[in-house]
Design a protein around this ligand. Structure first.
Ligand code: SF4
Length: 161
């Protein structure tokens, strides 16, 4: 059904690659994630307790606490804490990632090149000029990091999702 959806209901759906990737995840891969996740490179999660986590989807690990810790010290961990390396391995290494596929994977598919900028910005959530600019910046920075021997730069936090 997921594989047919893009043909049958494209006017109200997101990019077809998302539904095909979800179908692959569910049947071909037996609900095991094989693809690298780019979401920790794109967003953060802040809990009401002040806990800051590198994954915007579920609970992974606290890299600092903005209620109890120094904000500058906590934010300095963004992109540098050891959890970033674990969460962005290919294939994923940590248990929480092995069975994960979320609606935010649309950003991972965009960065990986499976979804175009035209497709993702048709979705209202990503349709503003600011979101478009940040998506393009993010993809360019991560693509450069992939082809470079140097470590990726995390000079700014891109809260897209
Ligand atoms: S795979 Fe899922 S749990 Fe792991 S970092 Fe990505 S969104 Fe978070």
């Amino acid at each position: 059904m997921l594989r047919r959806l893009p043909d049958e209901a494209s006017p109200v759906l997101g990019p077809p690659a998302y539904y095909l990737a979800l179908a692959d995840f569910l049947d071909r891969h037996g609900s095991r994630r094989h693809a690298r996740c780019y979401l920790p490179d794109a967003a953060l999660q802040l809990f009401d307790t002040g806990a800051l986590t590198p994954c915007p989807v579920g609970w992974t690990a606290e890299i600092g606490n903005l209620k109890t810790g120094d904000a500058g010290t906590v934010m300095a961990e963004v992109g540098r804490h050891k959890m970033y390396d674990l969460l962005t391995r290919e294939p994923p290494r940590v248990p929480v990632c092995r069975n994960c596929f979320s609606q935010a994977d649309i950003v991972t598919l965009f960065i990986a090149g499976a979804v175009s900028i035209e497709e993702i910005t048709r979705m209202p959530m990503y349709g503003t000029a600011e979101a478009r600019g940040r998506l393009l910046e993010l993809r360019e920075r991560l693509s450069a990091a992939k082809t470079s021997a140097a470590a990726p730069s995390f000079g700014s936090t891109l809260a897209l999702v």
